[in-house]
Design a protein around this ligand. Structure first.
Ligand code: SAH
Length: 357
């Protein structure tokens, strides 16, 4: 049976109507599953028995079954491994950040958009698993719902999404290779009569699918865009990011310029630092020159080593020297705070460990 989280509100109304149930009951159902975060049809007290019975005989509830939950030693990070109806596995990560003088206290949910990934970035555990299938809208949105339930237990009903909850499409998969479902999921997360998470609190991260970045620029939604650049020149980038052979750096930067021009929004670049591969001073100088003309922010990420690749973390002197050069070019940057290393919180790592990949 298809999960209720896969169904649009209009279609729930149509289903109800054909079963002789008044259409306004669909609004009540919507409120229970997306606002009150009920965990089963039986829990929904606003609906009459006939509506509950109709739902139970036509739909399953959450599309996610918990397989493993791990908490980091410092308790800041939780990693969830979920089983889907076809036994595929996906991961979600919750990160808790305290106020740090620069940014306010916040909770960030890192969600998956595909089972596996076809893009084969050499340092990425998900890339090493290959591509299995696209996630559905319900499977994407339910990751947020399940985590939000936990946050409400932790923080109380007054937990306020608007200010405290961020969603990043930085889990397994390439969200722009699952474009229509990703956008539909963003709309669902956004829905003021549902989860009501502001688009500005949502970040879509891409390996750099140029045509899709241009499509996204034209959508009327104010999500943040993160671009995984990882190198300042084609030779270095093609070694770790094979899609660079299709969409080289020049085209990617052009697309980002266009995106900024159309949306007036800054682009967040991500740069995974790989010891001896992309972390030299000359890489930093080239990157500085490349990004200087753009309205952007650079996130430097020391690699989270995976079981199947040999990449090592850059040492902290190297990281700091790299950042100093970037600062010289007046590019705002951060070094990503390490979270969840002890629980394999890097993209795709828990699944790899679980399956002994
Ligand atoms: N496919 C998208 C989103 C998923 S990956 C993308 O490429 O952006 C999210 C981020 O995690 C990307 O910047 C990716 O390069 C980075 N990442 C993947 N594996 C990593 C690892 N082992 N260590 C650190 N960052 C990693």
């Amino acid at each position: 049976m298809i999960s209720i989280f896969e169904i649009k509100k209009e279609d729930i109304k149509l289903g109800f109507k054909s079963a002789g149930i008044r259409e306004y009951r669909a609004d009540q159902l919507w409120q229970s599953i997306y606002v009150d975060l009920s965990s089963s049809f039986d829990e929904i007290k606003t609906l009459p028995l006939e509506a509950v019975n109709y739902l139970k005989s036509n739909h399953s509830f959450s599309p996610l079954r918990l397989v493993v939950k791990k908490k980091s030693k410092d308790k800041s990070t939780d990693k969830y491994l979920w089983k889907l109806h076809d036994n595929n596995l996906i991961e979600t990560v919750l990160m808790r950040y305290d106020e740090d003088g620069h940014r306010r206290r916040r909770r960030t949910v890192c969600i998956s958009s595909q089972v596996g990934c076809a893009l084969d970035c050499k340092f990425c555990a998900t890339g090493q698993q290959g591509f299995t299938r696209q996630l559905t809208v319900g499977e994407i949105v339910s990751q947020v719902i399940e985590i939000k339930k936990e946050l409400i237990i932790e923080e109380g009903r007054s937990f306020n999404n608007e200010n405290n909850l961020n969603i990043v499409f930085m889990g397994m998969g390439e969200p722009l290779a699952n474009y229509s479902r990703t956008l539909e999921a963003v709309k669902r997360l956004n829905d003021q009569k549902g989860l009501n998470i502001g688009a500005r609190n949502i970040t879509i991260s891409t390996v750099g699918l140029v045509p899709k970045i241009l499509d996204l620029a034209k959508e009327k939604i104010q999500v943040n865009l993160a671009v995984s650049i990882h190198a300042p020149d084609d030779e270095t980038r093609s070694q770790t990011v094979p899609i660079n052979n299709t969409y080289p750096i020049g085209d990617l930067i052009q697309a980002c310029k266009k995106y900024i021009e159309i949306t007036n929004r800054k682009v967040f670049f991500e740069y995974v630092l790989l010891h001896g591969q992309n972390d030299s001073k000359s890489h930093a100088e080239k990157l500085g020159k490349l990004l200087k003309p753009l309205l952007c922010h650079l996130n430097l990420i020391p690699v989270n080593p995976t079981l199947k690749s040999d990449y090592k973390r850059s040492n902290s002197d190297k990281i700091n020297a790299f950042r100093e050069i970037i600062t010289k070019y007046n590019i705002p940057s951060t070094i990503r705070m390490e979270k969840g290393i002890d629980i394999n919180a890097g993209c795709g790592q828990l699944k790899s460990e679980f399956l002994n990949l």
